[in-house]
Structures are given as structure tokens and as C-alpha cells.
Design a protein around this ligand. Sequence first.
Ligand code: ADP
Ligand code: MG
Length: 560
Amino acid sequence: MRELQSKLRGMDHRGYPAYKDLKGRYRFEKYELSIDHVQGDPFASPSSLSVRVAGKTAGIPEECYREKHRRVALEDFLLRRFAEGVGKISFQAKGSGKSGLVSASHPGQEIMERSACQVNPENGQVLFRFSVGFPARGRSIAAGELEKILFRLLPPVVEEAGIFENLNYKALMKTMELADDQKAIRRQMKELGLVAFVANGAILPRESGVSERPMRGAVEFISPASMEVVLQLPHKGECRGMGIPQGVTLIVGGGYHGKSTLLKTLEKTVYSHIAGDGREYVATDESGMKIRAEDGRSVCEEDISPFIRNLPNGKDTSCFSTLDASGSTSQAANTVEAVWAGSRLLLIDEDTSATNFMIRDELMEQVIAAKKEPIVPFIKRVGQLYQKKGISTILVVGSCGAFFHVADKVIQMDHYVPKEITNEAKEAAKAFPLAMETETGQIEFPDERYIYLPKVEDRNKIKVMGTDGFSFGKKQVDLRYLEQITDGEQMLAIAKALEYLSRRYGGRKIRLSELADEVEALLGQKGLSGLCGGNVIPNMAMPRRMEIAGCINRYIKPKL
Ligand code: ADP
Ligand code: MG
């Protein structure tokens, strides 16, 4: 600490690059400060720093971090306190460019592993990563201002967020209890064969299209009596709500009655949410994958023959490539890819589907003989996907009653209140027999997918565009239709995973599942920092296997 101070005082007014000398680790009273990377000029991306509070100093009880689910919730809790504190000290030191900016990760409503805060499960050490715009006057060093940040402003922020006795004990315990309860929900869902659980009292709609905060004054969720299950949670106790069993579930109802809101909730709750979110007792199978049309996406040597065959140009759909897929072929590719990535639950909204991928009506079936139509619509496959492969589907359909024939459960949203209408729907459907034969045989889903990952030579720069995608060297990777990517931090982790795999396996043909396995194993062993070489770890959030595979599938381009 003294060394840093004297170094700093010695470099005042010197040219900005002299700041580079500060790289290193320094002992402060309660923690170690590490200056991991120093920016090149006052306008460049701020410098990367981290602090480590030793387990003994932090004093967090072991029961808060020994088990993984609690540790993730603890890290999330600490990070939110830290980020709040950091927000208050930002720009209190002044200067040109980004001088005085102090910033940490801003977690959204989800609770997920983030590189910005890590608690070591072995010894309870607390680590925060953040960035600081090293202050300058013009282009010369403003050492006094940096001294103010590192010696006056920062220590109380670190101590308030990283030391147990300064934390709000009650709030922390509530967080731990919620983590236990959320884990119990997911475990009991498996035991009961549920793919989703929505607790009574949950608030599903959000404040607005751009805010993930709960809508005020919304109609609370209440399960139809026939679908109500009772879970026993260790802290909350009895928790009642709607259990959606495995199989094919339809969400129907008039326009604006809350169908898409329910489906969106299920898409999001593959992750757990913070207390007060309204969805903290809602959970969907972790492998649940939103499937939608994505016209214009590229498809590279993909077997989409379960859904598309006999194309007019004679193209082989068991090895199908295009740089510009149609609505139906893109949705077919997305479905097949989700199955390959290991999804056990498909989430589909007719609002974002290609109609001809989903269904073909009786009249059309008569006029255009099935032989001439390349598409095997999803309605023919959805039951088979569950019966033969154990893959469930939850489907929003407001406009097409034919799906009643293939559904196991039908839920009607009525003024935001769900009602189970399975029997009525099935009864009514008898008067409108399904004109087509559904597929019931063994589904010929190819088990494996081999892909060729291009080599990357030198350092390809990654630039993230929020949840839309990223650029990797000269390539743009458009992931905006992988709608479950939570934020830019998760996007960066996905990009880093791609970089990691390209370095190792670039220039070879390899099984896609092997690539996904490798990243999963790496993340499991080393956490997010395993994705990066060196000691500068950017802000990342834990990605899922589905999105990593989805990214690779969109990144590889066919040679046409
Ligand atoms: P649908 O898909 O059935 O047409 P949406 O799910 O898009 O309907 O919902 C329509 C509108 O109703 C949205 O603006 C949504 O925010 C609002 N909404 C949804 N659920 C609720 C609720 N439980 N309470 C109040 N408003 C809701
Ligand atoms: Mg809708």
C-alpha cells in the first residue's frame, strides 16, 4: 500500500503511459488490491482491477458458500452490494476522458455465476473485479485523483460489500434461504416429472418491453385447481402452483390475454431470479430452449430431414446448407439443433413461428399432395418427439385448434388467469378430425453432428453488441434470435468459449457435442476465468450449453 502510494506520488504530471508501472498487487489493510491491466490513454477502456478479501477477514460463514447453489447466490448478493457502492464513488475523482469512472458488473434480475464476484469455496476468499478510469489532466497523470479513488473512496466500498459483519445479515440469510428453496423447486420438479412450475402469487408481466422489473398492479398468477401441485420447500414451506408435466402443452386464449407473457416467463426461468422479481418461485427445466423462426440465418451441413425433405431443387436436406434460410427451414434447423444440444423442452410461440413449419390445414393438404410439400409440419412431429425422444413442448397457439389433437394438456389464458381446458378442447376437437396422419414411428433423428470449426490464426478481437451478438475478428456472429441470452456478459462468455474452442480445435472436423462437453467441463472445473488466458478477466456470466452450441451453429458458414 505504501509502495503504491509512493509510486503514485512519484508519477504525478508525467505522461499517461507511466501509469503502466502500477501494474501489480498491493496489500491494503483489509484486502489485496491488484491492478491487472492499465489503460493506454485516458480515453481508452478503463483499467482492470480486482480486490481479494482473505477468507479470515471476510468472515463469511462456511455454510453460505460450501454448496454451489448458495455460493452462486452469495456471490450475486455481494456483487449487487459492491456494484451499488461503486456506483456512488464513480466520477467523484475528476479529469479528462474516462477519468474517475469506477464501474462493476450490473447483474439483471437473474441469479447467475459472474466473473465479477467470486467466493473461493475452499477458503471463503471474496474477489471483486471492476474497472477504473485512471485520472488524467489532459494527457498527463493526475496522481492525486487516483490516490483519492484507491485510498479514500474504494476501501469503504470493498469493506461494506466484502466483509460479513458489515453486511445486512437478515437480507443475506433470506438470500440463502431463497437459494435453498429454488434448488428444492428444481429437484421436486424432476421427481414429479414437471418441466415447469409457476407458483401461485407470481408476477409474470414486466414493467415494459425494455425493463425486466415486475409490472406494478399486475394480476397475480394462480394455478388452475386441476394443475395445482404442492411443493415442500425447506424455508418457505408449502408452495402451491401450476405444474406443467412432461409432454405436449398448449397455451391458448384470445389475443392479449397473457399467453406470450407466460411463455416468456418460462423462457427466462431456466435461470433463478432474485427476491422481489415476481418470478423467484417460478422454474423451467434448465435445458428449455426457445425455438423460433429466424429467416436469413445461415445453416451449415445440417440434417433437417425430420422436418424438410424433397426440396424442388433436389437439395439433400440430410446435409443442408444455406446462407439465407427461409422461415420454415430456419425454424427446422433451430429445432434440430436444440435437440442436438440436449434440450428436453422446446418453447414455441406462434407469434414468432413460421406458420408453414407449424401446421398445414386440411384444404391445403388436399390440394397440395403431401408428396409435393417438402415440409413435415411440427404438428406431425410434436407428439412423436415426446414419445420417442422424451422431448416436451410448450406451445402458444391462439389461432390453430388442430393442435388440440396432439396436446396432452391445454391451458387457456383468460384475462391473465390460466384455466385447464384439456377435456373440453379434446371433446370439441372430435368434431374436427385431424386431416393428416401424425408421425408415430421411430423418429430418425440423427444422433450426432460433425462440424468443421475454422482455424483462428492470431489474436482475433472480440466485440460484444449486447444480446444481439458479437464480432470475432472480421466475422459477425448474429445471436439475436437466441432469445434466452441474458446480457452482454453472458454474450462475452459465449464469444470467449468460441475463441477457446477455435484455438484448440480449429481446422478439424469434430463432434459438436464434444465441443459443448469440453466447454462445460472447463467451466465446471475452472469457472468463467477458465475461458481466458492471462490474469485480466473481463466481466462474464455463465452461459448454457444450448447457447454455446447455438453460437457455433451460427458461426460456421457453409462453402456454397
Ligand atoms: P397474448 O400473447 O395472449 O396476446 P400477452 O402475453 O402479449 O398476450 O399480454 C398482453 C399484455 O397484457 C401485455 O402488455 C402484458 O404486459 C399484459 N399482461 C400480461 N399478463 C398480465 C398480468 N398478469 N397482469 C397484468 N397485465 C398483464
Ligand atoms: Mg402473444
